[in-house]
Write a protein that binds this ligand. Sequence first.
Ligand SMILES: [Zn+2]
Length: 182
Amino acid sequence: METKAALGLECPSCEEHAVSFSEVEEPFGYGVDGERVMLFARVPRGTCASCGFSYTDARAEVLRHEAVCEHLAIMKPKEVAAVRKECGLSRSEFALVTKIGEASLSRWERGKGIQNAAMDQFLYLLTFGENLLRLRARDRKPKCLIQTGVVHSTSVYHFPHVANVQEKEREARAFVLRPTGT
Ligand SMILES: [Zn+2]
């Protein structure tokens, strides 16, 4: 950060190379209505010596997100990623074993979404290697089309095997009764 300040970054407002960054304790609001709280994050803030423009960038976003995670007492994005990496799994492999949606996992790891408390507890349990082994040993795979993301109504798929049997029997009867030569 100090190296960048010495170079004098370009100001987004006046375009002079006169911006230097320093760390400031910055308050920000989190939550809605009655649950709204004031949180603090220590973020790098740029100030232009030429025009006085002051701003924060993507680094501050990450730090604010981490402050929210601390407030909620849940894992930060890099901690979520660390749980998965400690398991030695890619996102898709981890998703397959845990049944956590890969897109959700990706959002939590990139700080674009926040896992709920229950999921955070689940992730915590996965920091113990034997729990991953238990999930692997359980090896439960959906028997129908859940993995493709297609959701079927239960009325259609409530007793798929019964329906299949009847269909097969109808097919078999039609075959047997079909007159020869047509
Ligand atoms: Zn400026």
